[in-house]
Write a protein that binds this ligand. Structure first.
Ligand SMILES: NC(=O)c1ccc[n+]([C@@H]2O[C@H](COP(=O)([O-])OP(=O)(O)OC[C@H]3O[C@@H](n4cnc5c(N)ncnc54)[C@H](OP(=O)(O)O)[C@@H]3O)[C@@H](O)[C@H]2O)c1
Length: 336
């Protein structure tokens, strides 16, 4: 697999990154079914076979850092590892002080069984107490060699401006971006291009929906119907309180299936490749429940301009319905 250079770094990464939110050490959660540490390791092994060297985790993904750390033993130097700080004390994470960031990094290093993290990301803007204090602490961590670079995740245009004006030098912004969730196109993507920050697109298959494997939206597992594409009534797990965009999503998926069939391309591959053909997007961070899914996800193809345009057109109604919302889950957008 090719390598891309993350902007402002010496990190050469595969454009397909393995997202490890699903690594739960055999304990299912609201979003993902049970995945044993052995199954997770088999997925990591397959990634190495395929030339995928980039792995994304977070302290907020219960079990993930420890499972990934174990799976990387003996080959840490061949991997680029990104993690995130944030998520503690229940659903309303209070912001982190410099000391709490330091403690979070210590925990991450222990769980990952490593002496350094390649990219440390701020998971959500609200997890920062004071941008200047945070930037000073992140710079201190770089000087100590505990992190190589820092970036952020879920930072909207206003959040980014504030952080940059405080003197921050993030190298990545990790955002939710896929054919059914294109709100980042309004301002976030152009701003990342302006600031010269690498964009990492998370949930590129919209949690499996864009793999074309569900005959109807009601088949989507309940924990994956919590987002704003689905009506608040779709599941009691939903907390956004909005009407959703199910009709638009359903119509878009049917039209996408037809476009992919005519082009002779598997929908999951088209969905990932489409993202990587958008200006400013460097990497897709995709999760997997089996090694075979990563075989498919690693097969990035060059879609014709016509297919790229057709996919854009048939998903416009979903984009219009979603509007500017960058945050799929919370009632009040956490990314401004
Ligand atoms: N920064 C943030 O706030 C944030 C938020 C969300 C995600 N992320 C990152 O992004 C990563 C990926 O996002 P995600 O897991 O939410 O969504 P995703 O990558 O769009 O979807 C992953 C799921 O889709 C299914 N799938 C994957 N490849 C497939 C294939 N080839 N064919 C059929 N089904 C396939 C698998 O689930 P099944 O087989 O069970 O259907 C897999 O677990 C996360 O692990 C995390 O690292 C970050």
């Amino acid at each position: 697999m090719d390598r891309v250079l993350l902007k402002g770094t010496d990190l050469k990464v595969s454009p397909v990154c393995l997202g490890t939110w699903q690594f739960n050490d055999g304990k299912s959660n609201i979003q993902w079914p049970v995945q044993s540490a052995e199954e997770s390791k088999a997925i990591v092994d397959k990634c190495f076979d395929l030339g995928i060297n980039f792995f994304d985790t977070a302290e907020g993904y219960a079990g993930s850092e420890a499972v990934l750390g174990k799976a990387l033993l003996g080959r840490r130097q061949d991997a680029v590892v990104a993690t995130k700080f944030g998520f503690r004390e229940g659903p309303q994470t209070p912001p982190y002080s410099a000391q709490q960031i330091d403690e979070a990094i210590t925990r991450s290093l222990q769980k990952l069984q490593t002496s350094y993290v390649d990219v440390l990301q701020i998971h959500f803007p609200s997890f920062v107490k004071d941008p200047k204090e945070t930037i000073a602490e992140l710079n201190r961590q770089v000087a100590l060699g505990r992190i190589r670079y820092y970036g952020f995740s879920n930072y909207g245009p206003k959040n980014m401006k504030e952080f940059m004006e405080a003197g921050g030098k993030p190298v990545v912004n990790q955002i939710g971006y896929n054919l059914l969730w294109r709100s980042a196109e309004h301002a976030m993507i152009p701003d990342c291009i302006k600031y010269d920050i690498s964009l990492l697109a998370y949930s590129p298959l919209q949690q499996g929906l864009l793999a074309g494997k569900y005959a109807s939206l009601s088949e989507v597992p309940e924990g994956r119907r919590r987002g704003k594409l689905f009506s608040k009534d779709s599941t009691s797990l939903s907390r956004h309180g909005q009407e959703g965009a199910e009709q638009e999503v359903d119509e878009a998926l049917k039209k996408m299936a037809e476009i992919c069939q005519n082009a002779g391309v598997q929908m999951s591959k088209a969905a990932l490749s489409w993202i990587l053909q958008q200006e400013g997007i460097d990497v897709v961070i995709v999760g997997a429940s089996t090694p075979q899914q990563m075989v498919e996800n690693s097969e990035v193809i060059k879609l014709s301009n016509e297919v790229v345009q057709q996919l854009r057109e048939v998903t416009e109604p979903v984009k219009a319905k979603i509007g500017l919302s960058l945050d799929q889950w919370a009632p009040q957008d956490r990314c401004e």
